[in-house]
Design a protein around this ligand. Structure first.
Ligand code: NAD
Length: 339
């Protein structure tokens, strides 16, 4: 059985979750971890004495690795990933893939030329609840989709190097793009930097998908309540995904509005409301990050394109760029040029 040697760059807040998964998966060994901070390396060494640690990521290139996982701040993704791909290493990069679309395009190009797997950590695409939402849309159970509405709110964690759009919205953009099977065609965004100058901590974003399907994303580090919710409204049924709940994350509402050809009831005009059952599907939940890490290794083994491929990452970066342009222009609609 193939067993892949993995190196990890970045073990701050998120990196240790990736390290734990690659340590626990029988098909991979985490050989070396790099971070600029000594205390983070000591923390990893204390939990995993068998892993080598270094402050210099260049040492990863002397370890005969198969793959590198990058969990550093987004501005560093491009230079680190480019160097890894140039050393013929498969690369899994945390979201967002890069902070500029031309950088993402270059990474895709190098990966293709060198025959390497390039994958972005859009974790929610490996989440069983999100996969259930996609099958509800694809099967037509919800009917024609009218709109999607997402909220990802909390008090914190404030970032100093990027705004809340680049920090939190990649999750919801990638979820919506995955569910719809296509990226949005235009975007507008409003927001404000309330706490730190120049760093937006609240953003309201509107997107339009083909066939005039609307989408709205509200992201905030400045909200009293922790909210992780996505609603999808179709002409047959509606569904709410509440990621905060441990059980019963998805509720499918057989609710809607039916047009009537005529009515005697002036008050109801010519429509009637349908209040049907609420179904809570039983979802077999496996840690999404475990699925993501396993998928990365399978793509390396089988030479296949990941679900969250470099192209997928690029499309999300293009939406973020368009949203940032709109934020900078007080909410003016921006086209998203995908090719
Ligand atoms: N998928 C998810 O749900 C999820 C959740 C949180 C964060 N993330 C992503 O993970 C990435 C890291 O986020 P974080 O919250 O862990 O940030 P963090 O700041 O806590 O950790 C980043 C670490 O990278 C290290 N680093 C920076 N440059 C380096 C270099 N050249 N060589 C070695 N180490 C270097 C820093 O010292 C730091 O310890 C980001 O891209 C973020 O968007 C993803």
């Amino acid at each position: 059985m193939d067993r892949f040697k993995v190196g990890v760059i970045g073990c701050g807040y998120w990196g240790p979750n990736l390290i734990r998964n690659f340590v626990e998966i029988p098909q991979s060994d985490v050989v070396i971890v790099s971070d600029l901070r000594e205390e983070r390396l000591s923390h990893i060494k204390a939990s995993y004495p068998q892993i080598e640690v270094t402050k210099d990521y260049q040492e990863l290139f002397d370890q005969d690795l198969d793959a590198v996982v990058i969990a550093t701040p987004p501005v560093t993704h491009y230079p680190l990933a480019r160097e890894c791909l140039q050393h013929d290493l498969h690369v899994l990069i945390e979201k967002p893939l890069t902070t500029k679309s031309e950088h993402a395009e270059e990474l895709i190009q190098i990966a293709e030329t060198n025959g390497m797997v390039l994958m972005v950590g859009h974790t929610f695409e490996y989440n069983a609840a999100v996969q259930t939402l996609k099958s509800l849309v694809d099967s037509g159970e919800l009917g024609q989709i009218y709109y999607l509405d997402a909220a990802r709110l909390n008090l914190g964690l404030f970032q100093r190097e990027m705004n809340v759009l680049w920090d939190l919205a990649p999750h919801d953009i990638s979820i919506m793009r995955y569910i719809m099977g296509i990226p949005p065609i235009s975007v507008s965004a409003h927001g404000m930097p309330f706490v730190f100058e120049g760093i937006h901590d609240v953003v309201y974003m509107n997107m339009v998908f083909p066939e005039n399907i609307l989408a709205h994303i509200h992201v905030s580090w400045l909200d009293p309540c922790k909210v992780r919710r996505l609603t999808i409204v179709g002409d047959k049924k509606m569904v709410v995904y509440n990621d905060i709940l441990n059980l019963e994350k998805i509720k499918i509402y057989d609710k809607g509005v039916d047009h009537l050809p005529y009515t005697d009831n002036f008050g109801e005009f010519n429509c009637s409301y349908r209040y049907g059952d609420i179904l809570i599907p039983n979802i077999r939940f496996i840690e999404p990050l475990r699925q993501e890490c396993q998928h990365f290794l399978e793509c390396i083994k089988n030479h296949t394109e990941p679900v969250s491929s470099g192209q997928d990452g690029l499309e999300v970066v293009k939406v973020l760029e368009a949203a940032q342009r709109s934020l900078d222009k007080n909410g003016i609609h921006q086209e998203v040029i995908h090719w």
